[in-house]
Design a protein around this ligand. Structure first.
Ligand SMILES: Nc1nc2c(ncn2[C@@H]2O[C@H](COP(=O)(O)OP(=O)(O)OP(=O)(O)O)[C@@H](O)[C@H]2O)c(=O)[nH]1
Ligand SMILES: [Mg+2]
Length: 349
């Protein structure tokens, strides 16, 4: 089993890339499992990944690079015992440091059958300036120890901007292969990227000792996490799941999720007009599965309908992880946006 870590700040496109990379590798004949870690009490990404036809296990409530390292060990052992896939893709939280995770896994005793593949770090190229301005030290750390760095969301960038971000990243990491991609769209560059990923997955058996004990220069206190607050990016998080007590049609589901997201974004803006992070809603009913995301003060809510065969009772999860807003306020505005809109749209939860 090879382990592929796909890291990157909140909203950089990790889950989107996990789905795309996972499906690609599955089509190439590899067996795949995904382990996904969300910062808040309730996860969203595991549901999105499952709906896209990949096996995933979710680890909510904390961060696998600090508070959840023992749970990480237990989950990898379980996956090894249960399905022992060719490739285990790990999506850490957006506030995790990938070299810490790699270092911890290498200290765990899974035997020679478990080896590390490359660390992939994503950055939302269209928000590179804002992210570096807010959290240069932590964002730099996420890119420093990556083997492959992807400037994602190329579709939102001009060529000159891509080149400038490439140069800035080259100054941070002299050795990594740097790609600019759009994981969301069909993109020829994705095939080139995947051929490098596949060849790295093949050769990493020898390279797996690259991070040795004590190599990580990320001090323990940088990963301090209390009450869903992650100090190094000053990110707080809150999430909750709501059951819909009756059947709702597809239009009502989309309208409800979009209105909740619009209100939530406006309420976050009122508390922090320059917020970064990720507001996301995952909703499914017996007719539809969809997710909506906002990854900063600059974004408009984006609805993505997921092509799925799974038909289930109505339920949705609202997740918020943003910079410089206290967790209590986040909890309150998530509840207010959900209650206000459900009531207005006649949805009982
Ligand atoms: N325009 C554009 N949007 C993208 C691209 N990749 C991802 N997105 C969008 O960015 C938002 C966040 O994507 P996710 O894949 O959920 O990001 P993430 O890094 O997994 O987020 P967290 O797990 O919450 O940290 C979603 O709305 C995606 O559709 C891309 O290449 N271009
Ligand atoms: Mg994700």
């Amino acid at each position: 089993m090879k382990i592929l870590i796909i890291s990157g700040f909140l909203g950089s496109g990790k889950t989107t890339s996990v789905v795309k990379i996972g499906k690609y590798l599955k089509n190439r004949g590899y067996t795949i499992a995904v382990l996904v870690n969300d910062v808040a009490d309730v996860g969203v990404d595991g549901q999105v990944i499952n709906e896209n036809g990949l096996e995933s296990k979710e680890m909510p409530r904390g961060c696998i690079c600090c508070t959840l390292k023992y749970a990480l060990e237990g989950n990898i052992a379980l996956i090894q015992a249960e399905s022992d896939p060719d490739i285990l893709i790990i999506e850490p939280t957006g506030v995790a440091f990938p070299d810490r995770i790699k270092e911890q896994i290498e200290k765990m005793d899974f035997g020679p059958e478990v080896t590390m593949g490359p660390i992939i770090s994503l950055i939302d190229g269209s928000k590179f300036g804002q992210i570096m301005e807010h959290s240069e030290y932590a964002a730099t750390k996420q890119m420093e120890n990556a083997d492959l760095i992807v400037i994602n969301k190329r579709d939102l960038m001009e060529q000159a901007e891509i080149s400038a971000v490439q140069n800035a990243i080259r100054n941070i990491n002299l050795d990594a292969d740097i790609f600019s991609l759009s994981f969301k769209d069909k993109d020829l560059a994705f095939m080139e990227f995947m051929s490098v990923v596949e060849s790295r997955l093949g050769m990493e058996v020898q390279a797996s000792s690259a991070v040795k004990e004590g190599d990580s220069d990320c001090p323990d206190n940088m990963c301090a996490a209390n009450d869903d607050h992650f100090d190094h990016f000053n990110v707080s998080s809150y999430a909750d799941t709501y059951h819909i007590e009756h059947t709702i049609d597809t239009d009502t589901a989309i309208t409800a999720a979009t209105s909740i997201m619009k209100d939530l974004k406006n309420m976050v803006l009122a508390l922090n007009p320059k917020f970064l992070g990720h507001l996301k809603i995952f909703l499914h009913t017996e007719f539809i599965a969809l997710r909506i995301s906002v990854t900063s003060y600059l974004d408009n809510p984006e609805v993505e309908v997921i092509d799925t065969d799974i038909s289930d009772h109505g339920e949705f999860t609202v997740f918020a992880a943003v910079t410089d807003v206290p967790r209590d306020n986040l909890a309150e505005i998530v509840k207010r946006s959900v209650m206000g809109n459900s009531c207005q749209l006649g949805i009982s939860i």
